[in-house]
Design a protein around this ligand. Structure first.
Ligand SMILES: Cc1cc2nc3c(=O)[nH]c(=O)nc-3n(C[C@H](O)[C@H](O)[C@H](O)COP(=O)(O)O)c2cc1C
Length: 304
């Protein structure tokens, strides 16, 4: 009698193990609870919550989000409820549901990152910290830490010194050579890197003769960026020894397989969830079916 072969979907990101490699990306699944009626969050490897800063942030002036022919342009401006409200009001629900929760953090200074990671280190229910290093650095006059290897090293080391939690550093694609930045994160103690964040972009309203977004510039995400993100994941996974999480334009399981073949140990879905909330679960099922069909026993066998 034929038995149904069941591939092992687990994946490890340094010190953490995920039940499958599919993760929802920061900023596109809120704090989990907002999606819980539409998405079976526990079926996913993990979720990354909306980027959290020390103080609550109101975000940028509207309009903050527009659709382009094959992607999304957003300038939310890192609106969030702040670390204290997150720990008090959101984290307990995530913990009770048993959802593997990765907390994305952002700050204007090294000290902000240090304080955020020290607070999260003591919180109960945080599987890992994901450090967003692509936000404006006030002290350096509006340049992101993630633009230089020195800035990346400094932020990563500061967080590493404050916490024993698994540490993922999320890279910006708006740099010259992303492998240099990834190596700086690795050297400073990151357990994994995730890439990419959005691409700096803009749109102009030709009737009103002015930029569409209230902030002029925004970040491009979705299918338009997939081939570029895939190339970066390929490059970075050959340049570093730590696991790579692939992000950028994944909306169906075939996209995820491409990233896993390029060298990613896990993938994140952002805009895909906004297009179709149950996209993540479909990607998990698609990966499982593909492995079964091709006779691969484990996700890592996909790597080229
Ligand atoms: C509306 C929106 C909000 C986002 N907010 C954050 C954020 O707070 N922190 C962060 O690191 N990335 C944020 N991102 C970037 C996504 O996590 C992801 O890196 C990017 O959208 C590329 O993936 P995708 O093409 O699957 O959307 C945001 C993206 C979108 C579309």
């Amino acid at each position: 009698m034929e038995t149904k072969f069941s591939p092992d979907l687990t994946t490890t990101l340094g010190p953490i193990s995920l039940k499958n490699p599919v993760v929802l990306a920061s900023g596109t699944c809120g704090y989990g609870i907002e999606l819980s009626d539409l998405v079976e969050l526990k079926a996913l490897g993990a979720i990354v919550v909306k980027g959290i800063s020390l103080e609550p942030r109101p975000g940028n002036p509207p309009p903050r989000i527009i659709e382009t022919p094959c992607g999304l342009l957003n300038a939310i401006g890192l609106e969030n409820i702040g670390i204290d409200a997150f720990i008090e009001k959101k984290l307990p629900w995530l913990r009770e549901q048993g959802i593997t929760t990765i907390v994305n953090i952002l700050g204007n200074s090294i000290d902000d990152y240090k304080r955020l990671s020290a607070i999260l280190d003591k919180a109960d229910g945080v599987a890992a910290i994901e450090v967003n290093i692509s936000c404006p650095n006030v002290k350096e006059g509006g340049v992101s830490f993630g633009k230089t290897p020195e800035g990346t090293h400094a932020v990563t080391k500061a967080v590493r010194d404050e916490t024993g939690l698994p540490l993922i550093v999320k890279l910006s694609p708006n740099v010259g050579d992303i492998t240099v930045i990834a190596k700086a994160a690795q050297d400073a103690g990151a357990d994994a890197v995730s890439l990419v964040n959005t691409f700096l972009a803009m749109a102009i309203d030709i009737e009103k003769k002015r930029p569409v977004l209230g902030n002029t510039f925004g970040g491009l995400s979705g299918p338009a960026i997939k081939p570029i993100a895939l190339r970066m994941v390929w490059e970075v996974s050959r340049a570093v020894q730590i696991p790579v999480i692939g992000i950028g334009g994944i909306t169906q399981w075939q996209d995820a397989i491409e990233f896993l073949m390029a060298g990613a140990s896990a993938i994140q879905i952002g805009t895909g969830t906004l297009i179709s909330p149950d996209c993540g679960k479909k990607v998990v099922d698609g990966i499982r079916d593909f492995l079964r069909q091709k006779g691969y026993k484990r996700v890592e066998e996909l790597r080229i």
